[in-house]
Design a binder for this molecule. Structure first.
Ligand code: ATP
Ligand code: FE2
Length: 316
């Protein structure tokens, strides 16, 4: 069985093809970029419409297959930016009708977790999902994802990007912060863990104040932000693993590219005889292969669900 998956929740339009064993046959993406700071939704929609046919043709070519061999079309139904979701939905609807395929709408966040799980051949991990928008500790229990803890304000990636904008690092700021942090030392900033939840907005305010007072270097701020925020998440996820007895930790989302973050989680896992896993770069970002695989897993329970812009992973 071959499944074609389409991603379009935000800046990336992607098409991937996987088998029912989780083998990735192709994974083609094209992302909207802009020189200005933010995304302009109308421009993203134009981008997705302009590249869709080309990306799909390339994905079929790379997988050495035709539409005849595709059994199922999966798409990212949410969460995401409303117009981007509709652009993707209209495309998959058109393809499904033209080639007579069943449609399966899937949750974008669940797809990030599933592709990491099959890639690493995991059994029952505790998930730490840290992207621009999301910061969540998640487990799978009694047939559902449960969010054990999350940010109560902004996602860590967005916080790092906002901090980067304040001190003039360009976008995305995460990689540059990581570089500068190597030359920094610790200055005291708030450490905000509330039960199983975390909060980053007070930290952002504090580092902005320190930066404006001009008596702390950029390097020291980068180092201190990293050490503090990563330690907060390491603490929470360790508690989640202790409570649930999970022996595997899987880190997903763009902030997972950070070497220091991975090092902290790795140490925490080794100390409790658990194992730490992450996903390779080509599967870490938004792409169609993860949507195709999640579509295969959900093929009997989901279908054409249109779009769900605010669909949480624990509502799946
Ligand atoms: P999602 O839709 O899954 O929430 P997203 O588009 O919000 O995804 P990702 O693409 O998963 O986010 O991650 C992007 C974030 O990762 C950015 O905020 C970026 O600054 C951050 N990031 C990338 N590399 C690093 C790094 N080396 N260290 C820290 N943060 C990083
Ligand atoms: Fe994503």
């Amino acid at each position: 069985m071959k499944i074609l998956g389409v991603e379009s929740t935000a800046h990336t339009f992607g098409v991937g093809i996987v088998t029912d064993e989780g083998k990735i046959l192709s994974n083609v993406t094209d992302s909207y970029t802009t020189k200005t700071a933010g995304m302009i939704p109308d421009e993203v929609v134009d981008h997705h419409n302009a590249v869709a046919e080309k990306i799909c043709t390339k994905a079929l070519q790379d997988a050495k297959c035709t539409w005849d061999e595709i059994d199922l079309v999966a798409y990212s139904a949410g969460p995401g930016i409303d117009p981007c979701l509709w652009a993707g939905y209209h495309k998959v609807k058109e393809w499904a009708q033209k080639y007579n395929k069943k449609l399966v709408g899937v949750n974008h966040c669940a797809a990030h977790l599933s592709i990491g799980k099959i890639y690493n051949k995991l059994n029952d991990p505790c998930y730490l999902y840290v992207s621009g928008v999301n910061t969540q500790t998640i487990v799978f229990e009694e047939g559902k994802y449960r969010v054990l803890g999350e940010t109560i304000d902004i996602g860590l990636g967005n916080m790092l990007d906002k901090f980067g904008r304040i001190i003039g690092l360009g976008f995305p700021a995460g990689p540059t912060i990581e570089k500068l942090a190597k030359k920094g030392k610790y200055v005291e900033i708030p450490y905000v863990v509330k039960g199983m939840d975390v909060s980053f907005s007070g930290i952002l305010t504090k580092v902005q104040q320190l930066y404006e007072q001009k008596n702390v270097s950029k390097e020291d701020l980068c180092f201190s932000i990293q050490e503090t925020c990563f330690a907060m998440l390491t603490e929470v996820v360790e508690r989640a693993m202790a409570h649930t007895g999970k022996q595997e930790l899987l880190l997903v989302g763009g902030v997972g590219a950070n070497t220091r973050f991975c090092e902290m989680l790795h140490i925490m896992c080794s100390e409790r005889a658990a194992k730490f896993y992450k996903v390779p770069m080509d599967l870490a970002g938004d792409q169609g292969a993860m949507i195709a695989w999640e579509g295969f897993l959900r093929k009997d329970e989901s279908g054409d669900v249109e779009v769900k812009p605010h669909w949480r992973v624990d509502e799946v």
